[in-house]
Design a protein around this ligand. Sequence first.
Ligand SMILES: [Zn+2]
Length: 322
Amino acid sequence: MNVPDAPTICPWPGDKRWVYSITFDEALADLHRFAIPILERHNVPGHLEVVVGHIGNVRQIGQSSFNGYRHMNADELREMIARGWGVGNHTWSHEQIQPRDVDREIRQARDVLAEAVGEPITVYCSAGDNSNMSDHVLDACRACGYLGAMSLTDALNRPDDENLLWMNRTFLHDQAYGPFFSEFDPFRNIAHARHDRGWLIDYLHCPLEVPVHRNKDCSADQLQRRIETIVSEGGEDLWLARVEDAMDYRYVRRHARIESVDGGWRVSTEALPEGVRRRSVTLRLPDNVQTVTVDAESVKINRGLIDVDLNQPRVIKPEPRR
Ligand SMILES: [Zn+2]
């Protein structure tokens, strides 16, 4: 039988054009006032960056603008996971991580957080600024099996990024820090993400009636405008993703192998890191393939696409035309 050209792995699930995630540093309980209801109305999953040594405590960290606000406790974090949100390690102390601190800030904090929320933790999120993305920190993340590390660099993430332990985030603040003092822009990076098939991750803290700090947060009204803009501009082209899910997809896509076998293809993954939970990819089939079997079961093709679960290798065979 003549086998057509091989399938390809789509940049994102369902061959979506671009991806959006949103992250809330410090995981404050006041997110329930505005942020959580706004995201829920639009079916957008959020992500909480937890200061693990302060879970449940009223914040009292250095000169933080958010001192006096309470961090969510373990039950509250579990409840957010049940709503489809994700959780990352925002260090143990929120201080500058010295080489001697990495075991507490990266490994112990991760283990304590996983125990508290009842889920594996695969995301690290830099506290303060990108100095907590230094080599000794990222080396520790790699050694501990983290799958992603989030920075404060305002840029897109792309499907083919080489370094999966450096993720960029776009600030969603009333005003950026100087010297540019960029004003709030509900359209920030959307056209860029669509053009480059990128993954846009927003970063903020806890939007209230007015921003707690203009350069660190937006207001609830601004968050509402941002989410409405994301959803209306994105439409069917957009994947609203939990950070972990988009991250896992990048790993599975990168580690997937497609080989020709008699009458079809074998799709498998090679050396996929253990921490990857969601192990499916979307394949685009060659134009002339109308129907396929996956491990001898007929599978419906939708717009030239099929989803395959790569928890085990799969054999895909085009069926003869009827
Ligand atoms: Zn922080």
